[in-house]
Design a protein around this ligand. Structure first.
Ligand code: NAP
Ligand code: ZN
Ligand code: ZN
Length: 348
């Protein structure tokens, strides 16, 4: 066992505070990663506040991990000491079910093991990236291409794959009209990736405050959802709307923006259920769907896609003692566009 520094929420809704945790010994198939940067995903906040149900406390959030391999187990073949690597939302799965075998481990029929806020297959709690080190089976580790800086790569491990996977699943490419709702951590990467895939990209944001940034990142159009005209001007416009909003919203209004046979796809996972009129979907044979991150193989593909297209996150780097402040700013939609913790600040 190895004792390492971490930041944890001691209980639901409590501020995060410095602590220490233990990491398991490096097993034959494990790599020890020295974490350099860890992104702050809105899912960290939902879970630390128990907005998705009861949590495992103390909770060390963080599932956008970028670092360097510090040690490898005897049977490790894919990684060597010094490699630049990442870890995303899960660190294990059953490896035997049809979904695991198909490379869709995020939908493991026996339940994938989340990077934190879970009990691992060894019966021990899992702890995430707000920490200096993590031990992960090599099969659940990603390689970060040299072209992408480690700090700006971290958010790709959750936010990046969460947007890339549905854009590929719904066959987005040249000629597709895509709307991204919510210009936050997920949303800004959605804009960059959809643009790189050749789509015509529209951002739907609460205000016009983030317009210049969105256009610089590749958006073709930008509208404020606070302006009711947005919902008439853009009626029946989009093949795909990816909704990243972390709060409930008026689903009927957004369905009205989907064209015949198009889809409204939710990645945002608010605490409260939503309802909508079946007429809103039936009117244009519209689909309503949800999607969850992506598998290991597709996450690696996404990292290579981003390297080829010069894509990484726009980040604001913070010290570990600024996590609680950063949470408040995320809740205020005041993130430009992902907070990333520099773990070197643990030592200070
Ligand atoms: P984020 O950085 O906070 O971005 C969310 C954006 O939604 C905000 O920037 C804001 O954009 C908009 N928004 C927030 N509150 C709103 C409200 N009341 N009404 C309208 N718009 C609002 O969060 P994130 O890290 O991107 O995560 C977004 C959601 O996706 C969270 O619920 C998270 O848990 C979930 N998530 C899901 C997956 C998955 O695999 N399904 C993966 C990661 C995260 P504007 O300022 O542009 O309006
Ligand atoms: Zn996340
Ligand atoms: Zn499985």
């Amino acid at each position: 066992m190895r004792t390492v520094a971490a930041y944890a929420a001691p209980a639901a809704k409590a501020p995060l505070e410095p602590t220490t945790i233990t990491r398991r010994p490096v097993g034959d198939h494990d790599v020890l990663i020295e974490i350099k940067y860890s992104g702050i995903c809105h899912s960290d906040i939902h879970q630390a506040r128990e907005e998705w149900g009861s949590g495992v406390f103390p909770m060390v959030p963080g599932h956008e991990i970028a670092g360097v391999v510090a040690e490898i187990g005897a049977a490790v073949t894919r990684y060597a000491v010094g490699d630049r690597v990442g870890v995303g939302v899960f660190v294990d799965s059953c490896r035997e079910c049809a979904h695991c075998r198909a490379g869709e481990e995020q939908y493991c029929l026996n339940g994938m093991t989340p990077t934190y806020n879970a009990i691992g297959r060894d019966g021990e709690p899992t702890y995430g990236g707000y920490s200096t080190h993590v031990v992960v089976d090599e099969n659940y580790v990603l390689r970060i291409p040299d072209q992408i800086a480690l700090d700006a790569a971290a958010p790709l491990l959750c936010a990046g794959i969460t947007m890339y996977s549905p854009l590929r699943h719904w066959n987005i490419g040249p000629g597709s009209r895509v709307a991204i709702v919510g210009m936050g951590g997920l949303g800004h990467l959605g804009v960059k990736i959809a643009h790189a895939l050749g789509a015509e990209v529209t951002v739907l944001s609460q205000s016009l405050r983030k317009k210049d940034d969105a256009m610089r990142m590749g958006a073709d159009h930008y509208h404020a959802t606070s302006d009711p005209r947005t919902f008439t001007t853009l009626a029946r416009s989009f093949d795909l709307i990816l909704c990243t909003v972390s709060a409930t919203l008026d689903v009927d209004a957004y369905l009205g923006l989907v064209r015949l046979d198009g889809s409204l796809v939710f990645v945002g996972l608010p605490e409260e259920p939503v309802s909508f009129r079946m007429f809103s979907a039936a009117a244009m044979r519209r689909s309503v769907a949800g999607t969850n991150i992506g598998g290991i193989r597709q996450t690696q593909e996404m990292l290579e896609f981003c390297a080829r297209h010069g894509i990484s996150a726009d980040i604001e780097t913070i010290a570990v003692d600024q996590i609680n402040e950063a949470y408040d700013r995320v809740l205020d939609s005041d993130v430009r566009y992902r907070f990333v913790i520099d773990t070197a600040t643990f030592a200070q």
